[in-house]
Design a protein around this ligand. Sequence first.
Ligand code: FES
Length: 156
Amino acid sequence: MSNAYTFVSRRQFCAGACQVASCATLATLISGCGGDSPTSPDRPTTLPTLSGQFSGSMVKVTTTGTALDNVGGAALVQSVAGVFLISKTTATTFTAIDAVCTHEGCTVNGATDTEYVCPCHGSRYDRSGHVTHGPAQANLRQYAASFADGVVTINL
Ligand code: FES
């Protein structure tokens, strides 16, 4: 029967320990350089929420003083007619899409600079509601939107 223990010299032990420490340090440095940083433009943030006023077949949203003041701004709009994602695409144009994820129905409430992100399973949609990353397969419904006097009108 052989002895299961292998004797390691102090020098061998120290050399092995240094290799493990070096690998751990390198892994930390590499992860710090990756796109997973908290300020990465690909990391979603939670959208601000605005109230929409439902009337007839329209939802009206006041944009003055909100995230929709600036081009590129986006917000989640809640109303009795449903939840919508609105983004300002130019000084006078907006996109308005349904905020109910086509995968399993979660409210899409996250966004990067260019995409909306579902918090449940990570589906992503562009600002027009097209799927850019699954598991969702179907696009979000887009609505016609108009803008006048600081108010976006979503036509349902
Ligand atoms: S419900 Fe949105 S990704 Fe699953």
